[in-house]
Design a protein around this ligand. Sequence first.
Ligand code: ZN
Length: 294
Amino acid sequence: MTDYIVRATAANSQIRALAATTCDMVEYARMAHGTSPVATAALGRLLTAGAMMGAMMKGRNDILTLQIKGDGPIGKITVTADSNANVKGYVDNPKVLIPANGKGKLDVSGAIGAGMLNVIKDLGMKEPYVGQTVLQTGEIAEDLTYYFATSEQIPSSVGLGVLMNRDNTVRRAGGFLLQLMPFTDEEVIVKLEKKLGELKPVTQMLDEGNTPKQILELLLGDLGVEINETVPTCFFCNCSKEKMEKALISVGKKDIWEMIEDGESIEMNCHFCNSHYIFTIEELRQIERRSSNV
Ligand code: ZN
């Protein structure tokens, strides 16, 4: 089963909604980065949000970056998505282990700590759009809801969830994102708030076998939900040996000479997907010839 996002509207287009299943994406991230359960949950939630927010962008080359910078043991969490819902991400300390929270659940909030959420949208303008808000709970979904309300002035509701198997592989992952248009009727808002108040956690809905479409129906069924589109989403990193080479060339002849003189091949890692790229001495010599005299 591959991951996908369902797009819908409800209440005569007064509500815009997305729901996603992202189990494969989050399991891929877990394997690539060797994340602990709490890091899998934190990264998985942000990847899921990134996928949905990426899919909301209009331009083909638009790029979204979500960054959570807290003072907790997980360090920074970074996720990047494009408008085709290709998403990648990493956490600074993937092995972080902390005790469960008071409810016996993975303590994502404790791992993240207090800090900021940054939302950077590169929409092909001169300057990227940058929104920054203070983390409200560190549970990520609430932090994004707060971001939309304060930074984009769009009343929204975000639900995100990652559920693990006993062996710490990813069992379920997904989420939803609802946004109200400026002209939404009070009656619709009241109905929706009631629904949201009664809604089961995302992980529970997914684990009960609900698809993204069924989650949207549970949420918006009696508000006249119209399913518009299904789009695939996945963990995808566009790194390559060629790009790593370009990065090497940019460090300049002098530093490359030092690497050559050390006499050992070097390894470069991609932060986003943890791919390793080895450059032998012979390759370094070739790169040195093409680099500038910085
Ligand atoms: Zn990569």
